[in-house]
Ligand binder design. Structure first.
Ligand SMILES: Nc1ncnc2c1ncn2[C@@H]1O[C@H](COP(=O)(O)OP(=O)(O)O)[C@@H](O)[C@H]1O
Ligand SMILES: N[C@@H](CC(=O)OP(=O)(O)O)C(=O)O
Length: 247
């Protein structure tokens, strides 16, 4: 089993989600089962993105609980869309959300911390289907309120689920070939880095790189979860953390 994470750019429209579905199919063929963690579709200005939902009313800034409930809807919509399109493509799948995902947090709305993760339901679902679709970025409190895990939190969802389900590694599907020497949005002459150790990757994130959420990278380092950051547009190898050693 592996975990694949598809962010807002990878899930933004049907054409992009077809690429995601191709990777999920290949993941199932090569690794048996796939947990597909999805983020809200699109970026600022697109209708179902996290930023668009959070801008419905300025009053969300005075009500963190309501703000988290609306934010969680972005990933719920995305998981419903992805699940339906996977069914249409012939891939058996179930959606795990709310307490079915088993990610329980404290009530620190907008940046909640994990309390415990109960993987029993997810394991049960894998007896029935090849793929479980999980809305990222969210957890539930012990009294069943939705919380979010901080911006970029779907990365944390992916890494945490890989850890509790004993997955082989997490694949992050991006609009870049992997971790580059610098952010290609701002610098032209960049090269893909084939591999980094956890400390080198953490240093890049500390310097401000936004390629994955820092909390997720820290969790991966502590629990030794291998990460593969790669392009959604093709099947080429991206960047492995930790670097693959020569056989
Ligand atoms: N060193 C880096 N290498 C590659 N991409 C980087 C780097 N630093 C920042 N980025 C940015 O990270 C973006 C990919 O992350 P993001 O769009 O947040 O993905 P996701 O939608 O999966 O969360 C790239 O478009 C790129 O601009
Ligand atoms: N949608 C949330 C969570 C997330 O991880 O998104 P993305 O994978 O698109 O960065 C956010 O924008 O913060």
């Amino acid at each position: 089993m592996i975990v694949q994470k598809f962010g807002g750019v990878a899930t933004r429209n049907k054409e992009m989600r077809e690429l995601c579905i191709h990777h999920i199919k290949r993941g199932i063929e090569q690794h048996g089962k796939v947990v597909a963690v999805v983020s809200a579709m699109g970026r600022k200005g697109e209708p179902y993105s996290t930023d668009s939902l959070l801008s419905i009313t300025k009053s969300f800034c005075t009500s963190p609980e309501a703000s988290d409930l609306v934010a969680a809807c972005g990933e719920l919509i995305s998981s419903a869309v992805m699940s339906a399109e996977l069914h249409a493509a012939g891939i058996t799948n179930e959606i795990a959300y709310g307490h079915r995902t088993g990610i329980f947090t404290d009530s620190n709305f907008t940046d909640a911390d994990l309390l415990r993760v109960d993987a029993r339901k997810l394991k049960e679902l894998f007896n029935e289907v090849d793929c479980v679709v999980v809305p990222g970025y969210q957890g539930v409190t012990l009294d069943q309120k939705f919380t979010t895990l901080g911006r970029g939190g779907s990365d944390l969802t992916a890494v945490v689920l890989c850890s509790v389900l004993n997955g082989k590694f997490v694949e992050f599907y991006k609009d870049v070939p992997g971790v580059m020497t610098e952010d290609p949005k701002f610098t032209k002459d960049v090269k893909k880095i084939d591999g980094l150790n956890y400390e080198q990757f953490s240093d890049m994130l500390k310097m401000g790189s936004t390629i994955i959420q820092k909390k997720a990278a820290d969790f991966a380092e502590v629990y030794k979860i291998p990460l593969h950051i790669r392009s959604v547009y093709n099947e080429e190898t991206g960047t492995w953390i930790p670097a693959k050693t020569e056989a």
